[in-house]
Structures are given as structure tokens and as C-alpha cells.
Design a protein around this ligand. Structure first.
Ligand SMILES: [Zn+2]
Length: 266
């Protein structure tokens, strides 16, 4: 409770206690359940009904919404017949008594889904939720191109890591590569050079080309020294050497190694 300044005081407020049917004096205990990037979640047992509830304190919006907690409340209301989402009981997005949005919903016991083995059930959950009919006037956001919207969201979120000096260079490179796969080359150029008046006048297919060959890589093998090659021959196993530039693998048999050592193929 102490992690959120003012939360202890907040749950003493009569408007909260009345709305939740709680006794005038705080006798319920709030235990930290889990904290994510956007929410801090507390669990408490209602002293009158004995039911377990989850009190959510919202600290940010993944969707960049001003009214994040109310939007969430509204969405959960609309989805209440899905059989998959918790029922909601209280929302306060005023940010007046507490600098954060507050939501109370029923606590659904269980464990987090592990997508490595729970993919089937996870898909069923999402299918049930998305099967609930919604109408255009329901006030839910629906991007015209959902996959593009997710990619743009990823770009937004990854910025923190990319801009941080604590980020690992190799990880940054891998992330950039993955994100770029979702973009066309024109989009990448637009992103990098868009404000310089970029104009694409022609396109030609491009491919990576490496002129390595078994013979070329052999020279590298020969350069490691007779002693080391002798050692490999003594081990009696084929060796595999990869090209530094394109990662193509070349195999050399013990016989090949002997010839390399004796300059036979050089
Ligand atoms: Zn190569």
C-alpha cells in the first residue's frame, strides 16, 4: 500500500467504502498481487461478503488514453458475458483523491498463461472475448489496420530501450531487425529520411552476395599453422568452417586437412 502515496488514505474515503458496500472503518487488508508496467494490483477480501476483489491502481496507458481506467472499466462492462473477463464493481478516473485511476473488479483465481504450452486455451480465451458482439457506438477503439497498429505500438514501446545507454547493442540490433521485417523498405526509408523530401524514382531487386568458396576458405584453414592442423588430423574427425561474411559452412575431411597441410591444394 505504501508504494502508492495516498492509497492508504484513499480506501478510507466514504464514497469508495459506500460504493463497495464496505464498513465505515477499514478492516480489510490489501495485499500486493502483481505489478506490471501500467498497473499495480492489490487483492483484498470483502469483510461482509467474504468475496475476493482486485483493486487496480493505474499508472499509465499502453494505448495513450487520457481516460485509461474508465476505458478499461467500460470495456470490461461490455465483455461481462464473455465468461472470460472479471466483473467490474468500481471505477474512479477523476484523479482527484489519488493521482491515479482506480478500478475494482472481481478476483479470478488461477495461474498466468504460459504461451509455450497454453496456446490453445489462450486462443480460446481470446476467441470468446472477441466473439462478444460490439456495435460502432460502443466507444471502443478499433484501428483500421490492427496489425499495423500493433507494429506501431511496438515501435513506441521499444523506444525506451533503444534510447537507453543501458540497452545491449546486439539486442538493439536484433529488435531493429525484427521490427523492420514488418516494414517495406520504402517505409524504412520514409521513417529515416521522410522529412528530407524523400522521393523514390526507381526500385531494383537487391540480394546479399558473397564470393566465398571451399577453396577460398581453405586458405584461412591453411593459415592456422601446421601444428594445429596436425592436431585436427589426429582427432580423426571432419571439421566445419564457416565464412566470416555470409556464414556458409564448409566441411573438410581428414584427407582434405592432410592435403592442406602438405600444400597439395594450395
Ligand atoms: Zn561467404
Amino acid at each position: 500500500m505504501d508504494r502508492i502515496a495516498g492509497l492508504k488514505e484513499y480506501v478510507r474515503n466514504p464514497f469508495y467504502r459506500e460504493a463497495m458496500g464496505l464498513p465505515g472503518v477499514v478492516c480489510e487488508e490489501y495485499r500486493l498481487l502483481a505489478q506490471g508496467e501500467y498497473n499495480m494490483n492489490y487483492i483484498f477480501t470483502h469483510p461482509v461478503s467474504g468475496r475476493e476483489f482486485l483493486l487496480r491502481v493505474n499508472c499509465g496507458s499502453q494505448m495513450h488514453l487520457e481516460n485509461q481506467i474508465e476505458y478499461e472499466y467500460h470495456a470490461l462492462e461490455l465483455l461481462k458475458d464473455s465468461g472470460r473477463t472479471p466483473k467490474v464493481f468500481y471505477v474512479d478516473g477523476s484523479l482527484k483523491e489519488l493521482g491515479h485511476g482506480v478500478l475494482v473488479m472481481e478476483y479470478l483465481p488461477g495461474k498466468s498463461l504460459d504461451y509455450r504450452k497454453d496456446m490453445g486455451i489462450a486462443a480460446q480465451c481470446l476467441a470468446d472475448i472477441h466473439s462478444v458482439p460490439v456495435s460502432a457506438g460502443d466507444g471502443l477503439l478499433s484501428p483500421a489496420d490492427p496489425l499495423r497498429a500493433i507494429l506501431e505500438e511496438c515501435e513506441e514501446m521499444v523506444k525506451v530501450y533503444m534510447d537507453s545507454s543501458l540497452g545491449d547493442r546486439e539486442t538493439k540490433r536484433a529488435l531493429r531487425e525484427l521490427l523492420d521485417r514488418g516494414c517495406t523498405p520504402e517505409q524504412i526509408l520514409e521513417e529515416l529520411l521522410g522529412d528530407t523530401g524523400l522521393e523514390i524514382t526507381d526500385t531494383i531487386p537487391a540480394r546479399f552476395y558473397c564470393n566465398c568458396s571451399k577453396e577460398r576458405v581453405e586458405k584461412a584453414v591453411a593459415s592456422i599453422g601446421r601444428e594445429d592442423i596436425q592436431e585436427m588430423i589426429d582427432e580423426g574427425k571432419d571439421i566445419e568452417v564457416k565464412c566470416h561474411f555470409c556464414n556458409s559452412a564448409y566441411t573438410y575431411t581428414v584427407e582434405d586437412l592432410r592435403q592442406i597441410m602438405h600444400g597439395g591444394k594450395r
